[in-house]
Design a binder for this molecule. Structure first.
Ligand code: FES
Length: 139
């Protein structure tokens, strides 16, 4: 199976790519096997993800799935976003070659890590973290 048109589009023209200075949730995950790393920033207001950005140091499938994942969750409530899976992201892209399925797991994990980070800050009354101290969780 080759890459679909949607995958190529999101790889060549990624949506929501970049950093977010006023994010109130940041999730960073890495793939222990290939070493690729993905970071997702979310801005949450009244339980709704009003803005989302990503930075991915990785393969084309990882870039395309992070781009698509940010598009999917923008405007969702946290509860809805928590239910987003790598399979949903892959389906929205028309599928991925079997050897690239693991790349889509990073998008799901980074999104969920960003939501967890937001919730942890809320409970702990912590100040937003910067890029430099966001831990990488390997999946
Ligand atoms: Fe590492 Fe795709 S090969 S995430």
């Amino acid at each position: 199976m080759e890459y679909t048109e949607q995958v190529m589009d999101h790889f060549m023209n990624p949506r929501n790519m970049g950093e977010m200075e006023d994010a109130n949730g940041v999730g960073t995950v890495g793939n222990a096997k290939c070493g690729d790393i993905m970071r997702i920033y979310i801005k949450v207001e009244n339980d709704v993800i009003t803005d989302v950005k990503f930075k991915t140091f990785g393969c084309g499938a990882a870039i395309a799935t992070s781009s698509k994942a940010t598009e999917i969750v923008k405007g969702m409530t946290l509860e809805e976003a928590e239910k987003v899976t790598n399979r949903m992201v892959m389906e929205a892209l028309g599928g991925l070659p079997p050897v690239k399925v693991h790349c889509s797991v990073l998008a799901e994990e980074a999104l969920h890590a960003a939501i967890q980070d937001y919730r942890a800050r809320l409970e702990g009354g912590e100040a937003p973290r910067t890029d430099d101290d966001a831990d990488v969780k390997y999946v």
